[in-house]
Ligand binder design. Structure first.
Ligand code: ZN
Ligand code: ZN
Length: 417
């Protein structure tokens, strides 16, 4: 027996009410803020991610699915969406359009991680990016959008964690004092952090191990080492967020796991944290497009995982609308009636009425059971007599009430209810 690979899962029909709900809210949100949809391939040249996300990050170093295709090209299943969006921005010359260019995407991403609640090897991301704008009002808009998205889903207690990690001018100075702080605690760091202190010191701050957490708490804060431009940018972002009444907390340990971030970084935290990770995160990445071969292009964005959202919707008991069920189920007895049923089903569907038809040679009782499981509002029963009279028995599945309706009237009658 085959099973779905570890860390992957099937989204079963009964789960799709949640998925549809989230996807529709996402599309509506993007429409409200003027973001256009973009669909990228699920695999890209592996070097795109090495260059964009960083060769020293866990995502590229440990978690990326890399393979050679039959032509010998090294490809990667995309571990995130921002780098592909930037690739598309450059490839299609979006820098010639009026800036900012606002795009959103929805689709799978792949990371070879230890599977746990809300974390999968194939997961689904919704992200939006505003490219070509340095104005701090853009940071505030993206944060507001992320926050409003979770509100619109009906999730409560969601809040924003915010930090600034500076730019290429002020960050090196900060990393020096950070490394100095950690060198005083070198013996007590976990093996991962020992590696990070050389390769990626910023990530020392978000180690989840207890002892390292203590060292991070007392570490110097990036926001104390910002250059004047970064400082005033960060201040302005906070003023806008205040104006918008968005609840945020400063968290100097927030750095995000990708190398491309500059200045503003933020995460959206769920109500109860109980070990679960954030609902999503984002920030500014002013150097990324240049690193991918474009002109210097400031940008800011956000991404969230749909699995975690669905998990939190269930935890908070948020009611989502059920998927629409068929209007009618057609039961029929005998070959003549079946022929009529085929024709009728086709006509109902053409008229926009969802219809399911009985198949096989089942008894009427068995067909009624089929009708129950189809969860239709009505069952239409056709027998030899009904065919002769060009009528059908229409049964309301809620009330059990039945009436005989001429076939020519059926669509009108069903539509009028
Ligand atoms: Zn700076
Ligand atoms: Zn550590």
């Amino acid at each position: 027996m085959h099973k779905a690979p570890r860390g992957t899962f099937d989204i079963l029909p009964e789960e799709h009410s949640y998925w549809k709900y989230v996807e529709e809210k996402a599309a509506l949100l993007c429409q409200l803020y003027g973001y256009q949809p973009l669909t990228m391939p699920i695999f890209e040249d592996a070097r795109l991610f090495t260059r964009a996300v960083g060769g020293n990050t866990d995502i590229v170093d440990k978690e990326m699915y890399v393979f050679q295709d039959k032509g010998g090209q090294e490809l990667a299943l995309r571990p995130e969406g921002t780098a592909p969006v930037c690739r598309a921005y450059l490839e299609h010359g979006f820098y010639n359009l009026t800036q900012p260019v606002k795009l959103y995407y929805l689709g799978p991403a792949f990371r070879y991680e230890r599977p746990q609640a809300g974390r999968y090897r194939q997961h689904h991301q919704f992200g939006f990016e505003a490219l070509g704008e340095a104005d701090p009002v853009m940071d505030a808009e993206v944060i507001e959008m992320a926050w409003r998205f979770f509100l619109s889903l009906g999730l409560s207690g969601v809040h924003i964690q915010l930090n600034s990690i500076g730019c290429k001018l002020c960050r090196p100075g900060y990393l020096d004092v950070l490394k100095e702080h950690y060198s005083g605690h070198a013996d007590s760091l976990c093996p991962d952090c020992k590696g990070r202190s050389v390769r990626n010191p910023l990530r020392l701050l978000d180690c989840k191990k207890d002892h390292c957490k203590g060292t991070a708490e007392t570490a110097p804060k990036a926001t104390d080492y910002l250059c004047d431009d970064c400082q005033s940018h960060f201040e302005t972002v906070r003023v806008y967020l205040g104006t918008l009444d968005i609840p945020f907390h400063l968290d100097h340990r927030l750095v995000r796991g990708l190398d491309y971030y500059t200045r503003t970084v933020f995460e959206v935290e769920p109500q109860e944290q109980g070990g679960q990770s954030s609902l999503g995160g984002g920030g500014r990445y002013d150097d990324l497009i240049e690193a991918l071969g474009g002109r210097p292009t400031p940008a800011v964005g956000f991404a969230t995982g749909l699995e975690r959202i669905v998990l939190n919707l269930k935890r908070q008991g948020v009611d989502v609308p059920p998927l629409p069920s068929p209007v009618a189920f057609i039961a029929c007895l005998g070959q003549e009636a079946k022929l009529e049923a085929v024709k009728l089903a086709s006509e109902l569907r053409k008229a926009g009425l969802g219809t399911v038809m009985a198949t096989g040679d089942r008894s009427l009782k068995a067909q009624m059971r089929q009708a129950d499981s189809a969860n239709s509002s009505y069952t239409i029963i056709l027998g030899a007599e009904e065919v002769r009279n060009q009528s059908a028995v229409l049964r309301n599945m809620g009330s059990g009430e039945q009436q005989t309706v001429p076939l020519a009237e059926l669509i009108r009658v069903l539509k009028s209810r």
